[in-house]
Design a protein. Structure first.
Length: 131
């Protein structure tokens, strides 16, 4: 699915309140496909995580409640071009560089983009410039 935006709902295995870490864990699991419910389809679609470039999380938490260290960057992403965002790094100080966050991630890195919590698939990032 090239350059297509698919609005929908994913199904998290969370019994209590869901937060940014739950969403990242969901996308970093080894499962190759995930179900998404859309308004257009009667049944959930199964999407390959590899093909997902960016996930915008629309939920009850706001950027102000995210306590991670933030690094301002410009990401050059294959199908989106350049985006200005903040990478969220939830690691000890000795592992708090942007490079550490990229190398420690399984598949997706958390960012604040357009004042929303989002996840970016690291395999689609071509270049990063720290600001």
């Amino acid at each position: 699915i090239s350059d297509e935006t698919i609005p929908g709902e994913i199904f998290l295995d969370v019994v209590t309140k869901c937060g940014p870490k739950h969403i990242q864990d969901f996308f970093d699991k080894d499962a190759v496909f995930f179900p998404i419910r859309t308004a257009q389809a009667g049944r959930p679609l199964l999407l390959s995580k590899e093909m997902v470039v960016l996930v915008e999380a629309v939920s009850a938490f706001s950027p102000g409640t995210i306590l991670s260290d933030r690094k301002k960057v410009v990401l050059d992403i294959s199908s989106l071009g350049s985006i200005h965002c903040e990478i969220l790094i939830d690691s000890p100080v000795e592992r708090s560089r942007v490079l550490d966050a990229l190398n420690d991630s399984k598949h997706f890195i958390p960012v604040l983009w357009k004042d929303k919590f989002s996840l970016v698939n690291v395999r689609h990032i071509q270049k990063i410039v720290e600001l």
